[in-house]
Ligand binder design. Sequence first.
Ligand code: AMP
Length: 220
Amino acid sequence: MSDRNLRIVMMGPPGCGKGTQGDILQESLGVPHISTGEILRNAGKEGTELGLKAKALIDDGNFVPDDMIIAIIKEALAKPEMQKGFILDGFPRTVPQAEALDVMLAELNAPLDFVFQLQVPDEILAERIVGRYTCTQCGAGYHDRFKTPKFYGVCDKCGNTEFVRRADDNRRTIKARLATYRASTAPVLPYYETKGILYCVDGTGSIVKVKAKIEQIIGV
Ligand code: AMP
């Protein structure tokens, strides 16, 4: 485990592997992996006002409003475990979110170290997204073809036998999500490129290969 306090952002279109690599980095760096999509989905399951509002937007492939998501990140950044670094996955997704993050981090005197863009062509993204599912108990992620459990129908991590697919992981919504990515999130990349902290990584290889490329850049 690294003893560096690294602050990392994982970027890229839906299905590019942000969540998978974020989980791996959480283990190797020992810093929290914060997925805004997961926070919103959990709020939806709990049935909070925010969660229900977000669920309707997410299921149609739309973004939730900037102010809502910025407030969520502000609350997360205030937690003590975030002081030793973090991996943000799914945030920022718009230029105003990136600007708001900079303001929050400047107040904490904790600038970002690395922004990774995982590059994957659209056809591969769609194939990855429609096949994925997670364990209802521990949240471990699987895929019909690329990452099956060792024993059919049994979670490797916790032994649970129930799994769930995301409501927004269907071909119709994927199209909308990719279009929203191109229109609203792709413009964030030059924002970080200008700052000299953007690293583009080919995300088409195996999970282990992509992990190795990221860790080589970080130097762990
Ligand atoms: P993800 O799990 O990262 O694919 O996120 C799932 C969905 O949550 C997205 O398609 C958006 O609808 C919503 N969402 C997550 N993060 C953000 C964000 N930073 N800004 C706006 N919407 C978000």
